[in-house]
Write a protein that binds this ligand. Sequence first.
Ligand code: IPE
Ligand code: IPE
Ligand code: MG
Length: 234
Amino acid sequence: MKQCKHLAIIMDGNGRWAKAQGKKRTAGHLVGADNVRTIAIAANEMGIEYLTIYAFSTENWKRSQDEVEYLMKLPSYFFKKYMQEFIDRGFRIRMIGDLDELPKNTKKVLLEAEELSKDNTGLSLNIAMNYGSQREIVQAVNHYASDVLEGKATLGIDEDGFASYLYTKDFPPVDLMIRTSGEQRISNYLLWQIAYAELIFVQESWPEFTEDVLKRCLEEYTKRDRRFGGVKDE
Ligand code: IPE
Ligand code: IPE
Ligand code: MG
């Protein structure tokens, strides 16, 4: 089976899913957070090595104060409930995003999860929190420029050199990106890293995204012909 080493997911549709059931949008975020555990375990069992999930974008601050506050408290709920299990399963938790803008306690909880799991060698569960791809790229450019000014880098880096300035420097490129809930857009997620990723958009919202749906996506991925700009069997 064609290997999918790095799976990225845009976990979308929590709010609409909750509303459709007469609940508040935040109820969808809670079920969505629990689903991260289910899908991380399933992905690990299906041979994924890196799972990068979009939890909060640099644009999500535009939402109501209540919703933003709720989303900022979710990591604490999530890691209290599942961190021990993640450690037992050998998962390594890593963050990508601009953590400095987060409430102090949220940032602390996220860094603790990274620290507690840093020696694990199993599934790398990467959580994009206050993540925006454009910001990531601009920060990388600024960082590189200051390295040049300080004599720590020379002018003229190549693609690999540039990638080493991104949050994702330790991850392989994304093989497959899935977005749930029917939207067909990227919403500022991993723009550089998906250069040659396969894209799958599913109708199910994130709370409805089960192990079976993941399996279906990976089967579809296996059928895709990845050419990377080359030509297949002449
Ligand atoms: C995804 O679900 C979770 C976050 C963006 C935080 P949404 O909250 O975007 O749900 P919809 O798309 O409004 O239904
Ligand atoms: C993308 O979903 C961000 C996350 C899943 C965290 P959004 O719901 O914020 O994206 P748009 O606004 O529909 O593009
Ligand atoms: Mg959405």
